[in-house]
Design a protein around this ligand. Structure first.
Ligand code: TA6
Length: 273
């Protein structure tokens, strides 16, 4: 019997699809229009992270000496706990609990719940991390959102002016952003710190703008691999850098500390504006 690989929830002409591998959202259609980017070369082997959509980054953003880059959540099999569709909101809940495999890398007891709420014009993703052990632990976490854009050269991101950012393309040096609207016309890999709770990304699919409203995710990562790095990624088309832009809500500039029994919740709401 084939195991269930993904689910789709609906609200009128909107829908969200989620793979149990990594609880990776691979589609958000708003009024029938796909708003997320997934590479045509993405690999669905239940081993590698799916290249696109919204990979869940936990318990570590970036290179990790204890395990895979960006942590084990996006390459783990999550459990579908609940789905529910009613007249104005559809819901899907996934969980990931520590296991023998995760404990070998990171010996802490946790339960992550990922609550997805779809409404006709918006899509909310809530990430709850619970420390169910007796020892406090530190972690970083992020929703690695790949937005679909018509032409990245024509997209802008609001809400970054005056903020400091760590530029991973420039050896991790820190700079200050002076633009009101940030455009991306080269390889960007930046962690903007202490960002406002709202960003607007222009010129996504069909020329629409997407509003990202975040809570408890104080940092915003902006990433586009551009030409050379796109060529170096086997699960990413050489020209796909033109039609994607990662604007990622997270808590990554400094680790969170979660005491025994503590719960962290971060969330983002994507909407069309
Ligand atoms: O979010 C940006 C980033 O940290 C970049 O450094 C780049 O590595 C990207 O994530 C994708 O990482 P991945 O491990 O999925 O290739």
């Amino acid at each position: 019997m084939s195991t269930q690989e993904y689910i789709t929830i609906h609200q009128g002409n909107s829908s969200v699809s989620v793979h149990l591998h990594g609880a990776t959202v691979t589609s958000w259609k708003c009024d029938g229009q796909e708003m997320l980017f997934v590479s045509k070369n993405a690999i669905y082997n239940n081993k590698k992270a799916i290249r696109g959509g919204i990979p869940v980054i936990f318990p570590n953003f970036g290179p990790w000496e204890l395990g895979p880059q960006h942590g084990f959540a996006r390459t783990s099999r999550w459990t579908l706990k609940e789905t529910n569709e009613n007249s104005d909101e559809s819901k899907a809940v996934f969980t990931l609990q520590d296991s023998e495999e995760t404990n070998k890398m990171w010996n802490y007891k946790f339960c992550v719940s990922y609550i997805l709420l779809l409404r006709k014009k918006e899509f909310e993703a809530r990430l709850q991390v619970e420390n169910i052990g007796s020892e406090e632990f530190k972690f970083t976490t992020l929703l690695h959102t790949y937005l679909s854009v018509s032409d990245v050269n024509k997209s802008t991101i609001s809400g970054l002016q005056g903020l400091q950012y760590i530029d991973k393309v420039c050896g991790g040096k820190t700079f200050t952003e002076d633009r009101e609207l940030v455009g991306v016309q080269e390889n960007y890999d930046r962690v903007y710190m202490s960002t406002p709770n709202t960003h607007v990304v222009t010129n996504s699919t069909g020329g629409r703008s997407i509003r990202i409203t975040k809570t408890n995710f104080p940092d915003t990562v902006v990433w586009n691999p551009w030409i050379e790095k796109a060529k170096g990624m086997s699960d990413f088309g050489d020209d796909e850098y033109l039609c994607m832009l990662c604007v990622e809500a997270g808590h990554v500039a400094s680790p969170l500390t979660l005491s025994a029994g503590g719960v962290f919740e971060g969330k983002q709401v994507l909407s069309i504006c």
